[in-house]
Design a protein around this ligand. Sequence first.
Ligand code: FE
Length: 340
Amino acid sequence: MKASPLKLAAQLAALLFTAAAIPALAEEVVVYSARNEQLIKPLFDAYTRDTGVQIKFITDKEGPLMERLKAEGKNTPADMLLTVDAGNLWQASNEGLLRPIKSKALLSSVPSHLRDPGNQWFGLSVRARTLVYNTGKIKPAELSTYADLADPKWKGRLCLRTSKKVYNQSLVAMMIIAHGEDKTEKIIRGWVANLATPPFPDDTKAMEAVAAGQCDVTLVNTYYYGRLMEKNPALPLAIFWPNQNLKDKTDGVHVNISGAGVTRHAKNPVGAQQLIEWLASAKAQNLFADANLEYPVNPAVAPDQSVAAWGSFKQNLINVKQAGRMQTSAVKLMDRAGYK
Ligand code: FE
């Protein structure tokens, strides 16, 4: 049975009339994001389609976003902060920019080492910082751990990104937790002694140097490897997962996160929490992680096929907040060790 077009039109008119009679109640969540627009816009659009909730966002580097939150104080329009690196999230919570939230959904979808023990921020994707080597120059069996790259056998064969990048600060911070300051400083001095070239400004340039034969091995976040190999699959580069013979939970591949928290002065904290819960849910996790060739934080969700092809690995299970807590020590240590 078909409804007549006239009847449909009348129903539609009635609906429109009702909608117009109700004052605008469209819910809105405001997000400050250090994750760039092309990665988050498709997700936010999907959320709006799913829930009807509108999302307003601005994107900038994490430093200016946090300064802005501080300067705006109670008047901030932001309900949620989305950023990369646990060091930055730790800093945001340490400076009182976030609030703790109670969420059973987040406790079950985000593993405990990838969220704030005080529930102020939660990982949404995992980024692994690992070794990439020249397949023409070394065999994977020659590689073992981050610390082993300090061995004199790697003299003139190592390339690194600058110590100014938070990714390396977080890695060294976690090494301090694993080895203590003295041993970590020895390792970093060893790395510096083994450098083939001065440190590079980014992970991609370091890998290009390895591919060009300037050095044999470097340390990068896997999504940069993924992007480079997508562009140029013929490069003689491969991933190696270090520290896989776990003696305790300080071993394993160094992982970091992108993640989010609800701002201290959120006008719509419930809406912000629901958005974070949705981003961590099985439904949204592939959209969130795959767009940047990262790993889903939710263990129930498999990574993108191209990412899964790099093989599985065991993670370092120390809580990533230590990357923030030990960051100042790590920066000073790298400076003492001459790592530019
Ligand atoms: Fe990055």
